[in-house]
Design a protein around this ligand. Sequence first.
Ligand SMILES: C[S@@+](CC[C@H](N)C(=O)[O-])C[C@H]1O[C@@H](n2cnc3c(N)ncnc32)[C@H](O)[C@@H]1O
Length: 233
Amino acid sequence: MKEINVNLSEMRSVKLDIGGKICARSYKNRKRKTIKERLNFGIMYQHPKLYIFAIWMNDPNQLIPKTLAKSVEGNSVLDLGCGTGTFQKFLPNNINYIGIDLNEDFLVYAEKKGKGAFYKRDILNDLSEFKADTVILSDVLHHVTPNHQKLLDNAIAWANKKVVISACYEKEEGPFKQLSEFIGRRIIDNDGLNEQREGAGWLRLAELISFLRSNGASNFQKVLSHIHCEIKV
Ligand SMILES: C[S@@+](CC[C@H](N)C(=O)[O-])C[C@H]1O[C@@H](n2cnc3c(N)ncnc32)[C@H](O)[C@@H]1O
């Protein structure tokens, strides 16, 4: 774990362990975000509890994480784009869990609430040091578009047994599509990291399934607004 892949300007206010490991106690004197930064960042992604509430509204019975958890194989899990790390609570206690994200507010929350280890790293960079039996991609592929193939290649390379995926898809045309996309992308689902999403579009259902199939995915299930599947490696 030699590489420290964090923005050096952030290091002035945020103390991180080697390798970007999050330690909530070190975050007390964190620099406040500027108004410009806040405007470029969906409100959900600035407040972990608000994010969790929004997820709960969409999936009150937590079917998506429960379905993901059922597919986990082996003793270790690497959760790429782990967000607030809530997936971890659906796993048995004996599973070694590592969550990776770039959102500090989420990671600090996850580290306080969860039992796993959380790292501030870019999931599009090399994370081979974190190889695990199961790699989870939960609701993250559409965030990194147009780099979703790269993220999936990474996940496959870092999984010893399988990659388990839950992915949303682009809604079909409708009278309010443009407005809802604008609100969705710009205001609600803007993670503040992936500006290229604006206008980049995401895959429709048939395109998503074909993309996942072409990467070896099987066991497709529709779980609420998401497609669940897995890739054995
Ligand atoms: C919709 S959230 C999903 C969070 C969690 N997996 C879940 O299912 O609730 C997408 C997450 O991906 C993270 N993310 C996006 N691009 C990233 C990148 N390049 N490196 C690390 N994390 C990234 C965001 O910070 C955000 O927490």
